[in-house]
Design a binder for this molecule. Structure first.
Ligand code: ATP
Ligand code: MG
Length: 391
């Protein structure tokens, strides 16, 4: 199948960088995901460039550069607005151990495209001449909706097992199928995923969750490929539709896995992310009733996890938490929900004659209980009177 690939509108800053490289006698091509997205008529942001110039030559040619990944041939070039564009030297990967690659320069554009993972990611476009290069039939695969490895799938996955997870992510993101041999090789080689770093796996899992057309579809891909068996055995088979703009990878992991805290620890998520999951799991899922007293008690118990709990409720049931409007009213009024919001402090109570020690905490707790039932009690005089009654 031949496809009439149209001329692309490449941002002028990218054209300018390409022009400068070509004027200096090098080749410069747009490559990577932006071309795929452009063919799919999705908004593209980063038109990465590939060039025959070495990283040193790129650094010499442009005034402002950032050595993003010079070891892999990538130099960031800053435009006038100080926005960064990635310029990567044509390279071939030699000596891969499934995780790291040693790269070799001085190769052609075709060689550079051949080391890319999937045909849909292996196109090139010349931003000055408007010319396409598509040696692996990527445009046809985009039109067909197919994720297909460049070259021999099993060999490509063994070079870098992360590509298995990337295949799942792209398939779920675009609603593509994974070509038969690519799929078989992905399943067969899934055990190799074990050797990946937790950070790379987490990155793929999180990106997959936020970009998938349907979260359930991504989950199915992870399970069916056996990737879940290696990294996320706790992944549940849940049917779930969450609009993309509401997605939150940590909270989705809470919903999708049977032991979210263990999963996030395994994936080396940040301390804040793990703590958030922990709080979401520990928080009571919903108030015992929709009345203000019940909702205040629930807000008090859920603490910082209340909003996460409401989001989880909405995702689980498909409807917003029925008590959400009561939460809004309570918050707008500023009702006390924590001990620190009481009109008296521990010091005030000591001065009023409450004995120091654990009793103090008990009294504060009781006062908060009373205030949760009736917020109008939250004045210094009333609380001190109540404390004296209790002491
Ligand atoms: P995204 O929209 O997620 O950024 P992308 O295709 O741009 O998708 P990147 O991870 O930004 O993906 O990588 C840019 C390009 O580099 C890819 O399109 C692909 O050609 C190549 N690439 C990235 N990772 C790999 C890999 N692990 N193996 C082979 N090629 C890769
Ligand atoms: Mg990209």
């Amino acid at each position: 199948m031949t496809l009439a690939l149209r001329r692309l509108e490449v941002p002028p800053e990218v054209v300018e960088i390409a022009q400068k490289l070509e004027d200096a006698g090098h080749e410069a091509w747009c490559v990577g995901g932006a071309l795929r997205d452009a063919i799919l008529e999705e908004a593209q942001l980063d038109f990465d460039l590939a060039t025959s110039a070495t990283p040193e030559q790129v650094q010499q040619l442009f005034r402002r550069t950032v050595p993003i990944g010079v070891r892999f041939g990538t130099v960031g070039v800053l435009d006038r607005a100080r926005r960064m564009h990635e310029v990567t030297t044509f390279r071939r990967d030699v000596e891969t151990d499934g995780r790291h690659a040693v790269v070799q320069y001085g190769v052609s554009l075709e060689d550079d495209l051949a080391r890319r993972d999937f045909t849909i990611n292996a196109l090139a476009y010349h931003p000055l001449r408007g010319e396409w290069r598509d040696p692996f039939g990527g445009a046809a695969d985009i039109a067909l909706g197919v994720v297909r490895a460049v070259g021999e799938p099993a060999a490509r996955f063994r070079e870098d097992y992360l590509r298995i997870l990337r295949a799942l992510r792209f398939a779920a993101r675009f609603g593509f199928r994974i070509e038969e041999r690519t799929w078989a090789a992905a399943r067969e080689n899934a055990p190799g995923l074990e050797g990946l770093s937790a950070e790379r796996v987490r990155d793929e899992w999180f990106k997959g969750l936020s970009s998938a057309r349907s979260v359930s579809e991504l989950v199915r891909f992870w399970r069916a490929s056996r990737a879940a068996g290696i990294w996320l055995p706790e992944l549940r088979d849940v049917v779930l539709e969450v609009p993309r703009e509401e997605r939150d990878a940590v909270l989705l992991t809470v919903l999708l896995t049977a032991a979210p805290v263990a999963v996030l620890r395994r994936l080396k998520a940040s301390g804040a992310e793990i703590a958030r999951a922990q709080a979401a799991v520990a928080a009571p899922a919903e108030p015992v009733g929709a009345d203000e007293v019940a909702v205040r008690r629930w807000l008090s118990a859920a603490g910082g996890a209340a909003d996460d709990a409401m989001m989880l409720h909405r995702w689980r049931t498909g409807t917003p938490a029925p008590w959400a409007s009561t939460v809004a009213t309570i918050r707008a009024r500023g009702d006390a929900l924590r001990r620190e919001q009481l009109a008296v402090s521990g010091t005030d109570l000591l001065e009023a004659g409450v004995p120091a020690g654990p009793a103090l905490g008990t009294v504060l707790g009781r006062l908060l209980d009373r205030v949760l039932v009736d917020p109008s009690l939250n004045t210094r005089e009333q609380l001190l009177a109540l404390a004296r009654e209790q002491a």
